[in-house]
Design a binder for this molecule. Structure first.
Ligand SMILES: [Ca+2]
Ligand SMILES: [Ca+2]
Length: 300
């Protein structure tokens, strides 16, 4: 098999894998805290639609802020990426937080990703006590009632963990928390809740570009489809002379469009993509057996 044939088989084989594994993330919501708009330099306690307060620490605030000067962040009007727009969510003091009932009901075999730009401002001493949390409305009362009453904590990205990304002072960094519902199937059917917190007194947390998305987990192609695409690659590649053991049977009625009927003889390679390479290493069909199958003998 020349290098062209090998590449062709690999390309077709890879195509089979990509088709089988591609999924698209669907956005459930995004929040840039820019609506309603407030004047430069001002703060507002009016949260955007959909957001509610759960608790506010002593002396703390949960508010929208429109930084106009660059005393806290290096860029303002607009903010630097991965933040954007002019406004942010600003939380201060112990366990000051907001939550959002997402309306998203957890589906099976789906990965949910919560992401946000997290700011490290130039004036605060501690900006590392933020957290991106996912909960479910386990008691189904359509609001966030914490686990003391019955809602369920799924998990979080917390600012002091090793995987968290804390920006340099004056900058922003993107952080995410992902949850695969296939790992906790008992949560399927419950509503997702997004919870944003500032965990420590004397600390401040800045959030922008909060988003939640859902992506169906990849589903492997059925073996027959992989065989079809791999076998098609074998036919296109044609005259392989590579080494290989085993054989592959093809119905005598086979036509390239019917290659989904390919069956792998016992003992031949079944693992993909090795299978595709092995098939391509076979010669053109030489004979067929009594069961009506063409047979490519393994080549030495
Ligand atoms: Ca913003
Ligand atoms: Ca609840």
């Amino acid at each position: 098999m020349n290098i062209y044939s090998k590449c062709l088989v690999y390309i077709i084989g890879c195509g089979a894998f990509i088709v089988g594994s591609t999924s698209h993330a669907a956005t459930i919501f995004t929040e840039s805290w820019d609506d309603p708009s407030i004047i430069g330099g001002a703060t507002s306690t009016n949260l955007p639609a959909g957001w509610l307060r759960f608790s506010t620490g002593v002396g703390g605030t949960s508010q929208i802020w429109h930084p106009e000067s660059t005393d806290r962040f290096k860029e303002a009007d607009p903010l630097a990426s991965p933040a954007d727009g002019d406004q942010v969510l600003f939380l201060t003091e112990l366990n000051t937080n907001v939550f959002r009932m997402t309306g998203a009901i957890i589906q099976p075999n789906t990965t949910y990703t919560l992401s946000a730009a997290i700011g490290n401002d130039l004036l605060s001493t501690n900006n590392q006590y933020w957290s991106l949390q996912l909960w479910t409305d386990a008691d189904m009362d359509r609001t966030f009632t914490w686990n003391q009453v019955g809602d369920a904590f799924i998990g979080q990205e917390f600012g002091t963990t090793a995987t968290a990304v804390n920006a340099l002072p004056g900058d922003w960094a993107l952080n995410t928390f992902s949850f695969d519902s296939s790992t906790v199937p008992n949560l399927v059917g419950q509503e997702l809740i997004v919870f944003l917190n500032n965990w420590s007194g004397g600390a401040a947390s800045f959030y922008d570009n909060v988003s939640l998305s859902a992506s169906a987990n990849p589903v492997p192609l059925p073996p027959t489809v992989i065989l079809f695409l791999s076998g098609l690659g074998a036919l296109v590649a044609g005259k392989g002379v590579g080494k290989g053991a085993g054989s592959i049977n093809v119905p005598t009625t086979a036509h390239p469009v019917l290659l989904h009927r390919l069956t792998v003889a016992q003992g031949s390679c079944a693992a993909w993509p090795a299978f595709a390479v092995r098939v391509a290493a076979q010669s053109s069909p030489r004979s067929h057996d009594r069961s009506g199958h063409y047979r490519w003998a393994g080549l030495g």
